[in-house]
Design a protein. Structure first.
Lengths: 388, 352
């Protein structure tokens, strides 16, 4: 790409012009095109439907390769090395697992609860495997990335998310009537436990997020660089409070509007309002949150010679989400590849890398082992991905 | 791979990363038979079997990257140069890549996809739902039945307040009808007739649960107190649901439809993705209702009763509905309604 060449900016403010190791900034550029991805997407979908879903991992590998080869840092694209057949194995394993889970709950509460517990017990391990697989199969300038988080760390990071769920399961098994909607049972210890679990779930949300992000962003590695995340629960609670404030403001505004539409007795207006409420919630607040989260997390991720900057604008992301949603609805889904490309561009081009030191001197540490692809497939199934 | 012409082998200059060092090296590649040869700036040569190399897809955008089996990466910033070389070297591209190259073929793929989806929707899903339902053993279904009735008892249903004699009469009348049908050699499934008092939300109604429980609400029994044939018809309709295992089929079908929806729109918007599942399950449910109506018609007729008796049921339900909410527009209702509209069902049972 002629855009880059060797035009990396020299950072003179921090190290001075005469410094031996001036820091260099690399912008992330995304060169994907919606119309091109549309064609890949349609062919992928056709093959997936024709093969009754068996092509899915191959489609995913093609999609990732397209997005990776269009993500350029300092003029060099990322590469995705994942083998579709490996991913296929993981995908089949995961389908079996999910199938058992879905079926078990329908026939007996005991089997359902057991399946839930088993899935919950192996979920952090799957998550870690997914991160390992994705990172180990990503390279830049020929150097593989690595994920070095340990198994125990994955379980610890997810522990606070499990506390409310376990309380809920406990309440459900000891006082089943407490979880039944509309039951006329008296307010008892079961209800207290359910309320407690719910409150705890909300209160622990930022902490969980903080631990999860710290685990992820604290264990990325490439050559001798190992990242850490310089953010603790405090920053995540702050973000949570901001979001809560926005949410309250938003609800207050809509309650006002709903009151007006009620007094006008217009059903159409009311339906429109309800739709607007959902759209606003799903698009504006979600965009605010995910933009702020990307900035928070990446601005504080660094290694010895590497830093990241992210200045993603929440307003731009919200506007883009609204546009994407509307066009996707109007075109009955055909706009979706354009939406994916546009979102990737906005998110990626908000990023900068700062490398201090001599990039050409980076050498890989030898460890090219292949973790299983089941985790990767699991991450995709549940939408857990690296947020970049 | 087709064989190479004997002419001079085309070479391409590009950047090479050895997978160990971040620094780029200048390199040249060319093809020799079934091997790719790589010569780096310092004159060292390496050979790779063509089959083990991961080739880039031809695209308008993005960098051409060749992933070598030893972890090395070749990167070519000039896409056109790469494409020329690949063609000259006789590298074949996969069908999927070829199709994504041309708008004409993409359009064809799109139309094919649309056709397939429609076919899947109208034919594939019901067929698959039926096939999967056949695989579910009856004891499991009975368990499902029990659980459904239990949870309904907690929320919507109360013990029946109908006099025991009246319940016995209804049970006997319907049992006789089914027994005569079985005597004619028709395979009607086992069922249990259950009487319940329902909340207002359910009103005069009858339900068929997956394992063969037929729930009749007091309100409906009272509504049709003077029309035993209509009551038998309604129960026969529900028995039709049981025979077709419609409850389970609906569950399976909804699961399949939502999987398909998630495939198309899943990572985009959950609400949009679930819309097709809801719409399809309602349309599918209308088809099942017709099937159950056909069962009712057959049972009534074969038993020597008049199917027109069912008209009383439709009339009274309509009256009740009207009394409850006066004049609500319902033009868009069939699109998302679970039953076919009344006029159609009246015609089916011999009305005009």
């Amino acid at each position: 790409m002629a855009l880059f060449g060797r035009t990396a900016l020299q950072d003179t403010s921090l190290f001075g012009l005469s410094s031996q190791n001036p820091a260099r900034y690399f912008r992330v550029q995304f060169s994907g095109s919606g119309s091109e991805y549309l064609r890949i997407w349609i062919v992928n979908l056709l093959l997936t439907v024709l093969t009754l879903g068996l092509y899915l991992p191959f489609a995913k590998a093609r999609r990732l390769r397209y997005f990776y080869s269009n993500t350029l840092i300092d003029g060099q694209a990322l590469s995705f090395h994942g083998k579709p057949w490996t991913m296929f194995r993981g995908y089949v394993l995961l389908m079996l697992l999910m199938g058992c889970y879905a079926v078990a709950g329908r026939f007996s509460p005991l089997a359902g609860g057991l399946a839930f517990l088993i899935l919950g017990a192996i979920w952090p391990a799957l998550w870690r495997a997914s991160l390992q697989f994705r990172l180990a199969n990503t390279s830049w300038r020929g150097l593989r990335l690595r994920f070095e988080g340990g198994l125990a760390g994955a379980y610890l990071a997810m522990a606070p998310s499990y506390v409310p769920v376990l309380l809920m399961v406990l309440a459900g098994s000891l006082w089943p009537e407490a979880l039944q909607e509309g039951s006329k049972a008296e307010f008892g210890p079961g209800h207290v436990l359910v309320l407690l679990a719910f409150a705890l779930g909300v209160l622990l949300l930022p902490l969980s997020l903080a631990l999860i992000k710290r685990y992820q962003h604290g264990h990325y590695a490439m050559a001798a660089q190992r990242t850490r995340l310089l953010a603790g629960p405090r920053e995540f609670y702050l973000l949570g409070f901001k979001l809560l404030g926005l949410l309250l403001l938003y609800i207050a505004a809509f309650v006002g509007l709903a009151a007006i539409s009620f007094s006008l007795k217009s059903m159409v207006l009311f339906v429109l309002l309800a739709l607007g409420f959902y759209l606003g919630l799903a698009l504006l607040l979600a965009a605010f949150f995910s933009a702020r989260l990307q900035n928070l997390v990446w601005n504080r991720t660094r290694s010895e010679e590497l830093r990241f900057d992210s200045d993603l604008s929440a307003r731009a992301l919200a506007w883009l989400s609204l546009k994407n949603w509307l066009f996707t609805l109007l075109t009955l889904g055909l706009y979706r590849p354009f939406a994916a490309v546009n979102t990737a561009r906005l998110r990626l081009e908000a990023m900068r890398l700062r490398v201090q030191g001599e990039l050409d001197g980076w050498v890989a540490e030898q460890s090219l082992q292949q973790p299983d692809a089941a985790g990767e497939a699991a991450g995709d199934f549940f939408g857990i991905d690296m947020g970049l | 791979m087709p064989d190479m012409p004997a002419a001079p082998r085309p070479r391409l200059r590009l950047q090479y990363f050895d997978g160990r060092h971040a620094s780029a090296q200048q390199a040249e590649i060319w093809r020799e038979g079934r091997e790719l040869l790589l010569q780096t700036g310092d004159g060292r040569q390496q050979r790779y079997a063509l089959r083990q190399v991961q080739w880039p897809e031809r695209q308008r955008h993005g960098q051409r990257q060749v992933l070598l089996p030893d972890g090395g990466v070749l990167s070519c910033a000039e896409a056109a140069d790469w494409d020329d070389w690949a063609r000259a070297a006789g590298l074949r591209e996969s069908l999927a890549v070829h199709w994504a190259q041309s708008w004409r073929l993409t359009l064809t793929a799109g139309l094919l996809l649309m056709g397939l989806l429609i076919l899947l929707w109208w034919q594939g899903l019901p067929l698959a739902a039926r096939a999967i339902t056949e695989l579910v053993p009856a004891p499991l279904e009975a368990q499902l039945d029990e659980r459904t009735l239990q949870s309904l008892d907690g929320l919507l249903l109360k013990p029946s307040a109908l006099p025991a004699a009246r319940r016995a009469a209804i049970t006997q009348d319907f049992a006789g009808l089914v027994a005569r049908a079985r005597a004619r050699g028709e395979p009607w499934p086992e069922y249990q007739l259950v009487f319940r008092q329902a909340s207002d939300k359910l009103g005069p109604n009858a339900l068929a649960l997956p394992g063969g429980s037929l729930v009749l609400t007091d309100a409906l029994a009272e509504l049709l107190a003077d029309q035993p044939d209509a009551l038998a018809g309604v129960l026969a309709h529900e028995l039709g649901h049981v025979r077709g295992r419609h409850g389970l089929r609906m569950t399976v079908q909804a699961g399949l439809a939502s999987t398909l929806g998630a495939l198309m729109l899943g990572d985009f918007s959950g609400v949009l993705a679930s819309a097709p599942a809801v719409l399809s399950s309602q349309a599918y449910s209308r088809a099942l209702e017709r099937e159950a109506d056909a069962a009712a018609l057959h049972l009534l007729r074969a038993d020597g009763r008049k199917p027109r008796a069912m008209l009383a049921f439709f009339d009274r339900i309509a009256q009740q509905r009207q009394a409850r909410k006066a004049g609500e527009p319902s033009g868009w209702a069939t699109a998302i309604a679970s039953h076919p509209d009344d006029a159609e069902r009246r015609r089916f049972f011999g009305g005009e």
